[in-house]
Design a protein around this ligand. Structure first.
Ligand code: PLP
Length: 360
C-alpha cells in the first residue's frame, strides 16, 4: 500500500522519487548470474560513468553511502589517513576510518567554513599521509568544499590518494573524477540522483586499485579487487539489489533525456530560489558565501522560529523539511533542492512556510 497521504520530502535524503521510477522497479525478478542481469549492469555502467565524469571503473554496491566510506578507507589507506572534517559527514568518515583500525589524523575546520587548499597542503607537506578523505557537499551544513582546487594540491603528492564523498553532490553538480584525478568518488542513491535508498555507487582509479593490492585485510564484502574481478563479467561478488538497479537504469535514462548540464543548472536555479527567500524572510545562511551548496541550503534560524511547529504544519499540508543536523538542531533548518524537485515544488513549499510564519 502506498503511504497515504504522500508527504513530499524536502529533507536532504531520502528525497522524493517520481512515480515512474518507483513503478519501474515492479518487474519480475531475474537471477543475478543470468544474461539478463549482465545486460542490465552492462547498460548501467556507461551511464554511471557520466555521473562521476570518468572513462574508468565504476562499481555498484548494495549498501548505503556509509558502506562505501568504509570500503574506500579499507581498500586505500596504507599507513596513515588525513581526514578533513568541516561537518558531520566528514567527522563520520574520520570515525569510520578509526573504527577500521586505520591510523588517521583529523584536520578540523569550523563547520560552515570551506576547507582551503593551503590548509591541506600544509598537512601533506609533513609527508605523514598516504590518503586523504574529504566530503564534497557537506549535507549537515549546506557547504560545497572546493574539490577541484584541493585535488590539485593532492596531485603534487604522487603517493597520496584522494577519496571523495559525493553523497549529496553526485547527480546535482558536475563531477570530473578523471580530470581532477579523484581516486575514489562515492555516492548513494537516495540524494541528488532521485532514487530510493539502498545502492552505493563509486568510481575507482587505477592507483586506488594498485593500492588495494598492497593493503592487507580489506575484508570481503567491500573488497574493490573482488568488485573489479566480477565487473569484467558485468556481475557483482554477492547478490545485488536488482530492483533498485532497474530503477537506476530508468533514472539514468531520464537524466540523460533531461541533459546533465540542464539538470545541474536546474539545481542551481532552485538554490537561488531558496536563497532569495532566505534573504527576503530575514533568515541567514549557515555556510560561508561562495561555498553554498547547490543541493541543500542550511538556513540559520536567526528568527528563532519553532521548527517542530513548522514541520508539523508542513506535514499536515503534505511536505517536510529537516531540522539542523546534530549540534545545529533548532539553530538551523535544511531545505533540500535536489533530485527531480521543480521550481513549482519549491514555490509551494516556500509559500506554505510563509503562511506558517504569517500566523506566528
Ligand atoms: N555522506 C554525506 C555527505 C551524507 O549526506 C550522508 C547521508 O546523509 C552520508 C555520507 C551517509 O550516507 P548513507 O546514509 O547513504 O549511508
Amino acid at each position: 500500500m502506498p503511504h497515504d497521504p504522500h508527504i513530499r520530502l524536502f529533507i536532504p535524503g531520502p528525497v522524493d522519487v517520481r512515480p515512474g521510477i518507483l513503478n519501474a522497479q515492479a518487474v519480475p525478478m531475474i537471477g543475478h548470474r543470468s544474461p539478463e542481469y549482465a545486460n542490465l549492469q552492462g547498460r548501467i555502467i556507461p551511464k554511471l560513468r557520466r555521473v562521476f565524469g570518468t572513462a574508468g571503473r565504476v562499481f555498484i554496491v548494495t549498501s548505503s553511502g556509509t558502506g562505501l566510506q568504509e570500503a574506500a578507507v579499507r581498500n586505500c589507506v596504507g599507513h596513515h589517513c588525513l581526514s578533513l572534517v568541516n561537518g558531520a559527514f566528514g567527522q563520520r568518515w574520520y570515525e569510520v576510518t578509526l573504527a577500521n583500525a586505520k591510523p588517521a589524523d583529523d584536520l578540523q575546520i569550523p563547520w560552515g567554513t570551506a576547507i582551503q587548499p593551503e590548509q591541506l597542503d600544509d598537512r601533506l607537506r609533513t609527508g605523514n599521509y598516504d590518503t586523504v578523505t574529504v566530503v564534497f557537499n557537506e549535507t549537515s551544513t549546506g557547504l560545497l568544499n572546493p574539490i577541484p582546487e584541493m585535488a590539485e594540491v593532492v596531485c603534487r603528492y604522487p603517493n597520496v590518494l584522494l577519496l571523495v564523498d559525493a553523497v549529496s553532490a553526485a547527480g546535482g553538480t558536475e563531477i570530473r573524477a578523471d580530470e581532477w584525478r579523484l581516486d575514489v568518488c562515492l555516492t548513494s542513491s537516495q540524494k541528488a540522483l532521485g532514487l530510493p535508498p539502498g545502492l552505493a555507487l563509486c568510481s575507482v582509479s587505477d592507483q586506488a586499485i594498485q593500492r588495494a593490492h598492497a593493503v592487507p585485510s580489506r575484508g570481503w564484502y567491500f573488497d574493490f579487487l573482488q568488485y573489479d574481478k566480477y565487473a569484467a563479467k558485468n556481475h557483482t561478488p554477492a547478490t545485488p539489489a536488482i530492483s533498485l538497479m532497474v530503477a537506476l537504469d530508468a533514472q539514468l535514462d531520464a537524466i540523460e533525456d533531461e541533459g546533465w548540464n540542464v539538470r545541474f543548472t536546474r539545481h542551481r536555479r532552485l538554490m537561488r530560489q531558496v536563497h532569495d527567500w532566505v534573504t527576503d524572510s530575514g533568515f541567514g545562511f549557515f555556510a560561508d558565501a561562495g561555498y553554498r551548496s547547490p543541493t541543500v541550503t542550511a538556513v540559520e534560524n536567526t528568527r528563532n522560529i519553532d521548527l517542530g511547529g513548522l514541520n508539523a504544519y508542513l506535514r499536515q499540508r503534505g511536505m517536510l523539511i529537516s531540522n539542523g543536523y546534530g549540534p545545529l538542531k533548532d539553530k538551523t533548518f535544511r531545505i533540500a533542492h535536489m533530485g527531480d524537485t521543480t521550481e513549482e515544488d519549491i514555490s509551494v513549499l516556500l509559500e506554505t512556510i510563509d503562511s506558517y510564519l504569517a500566523g506566528q
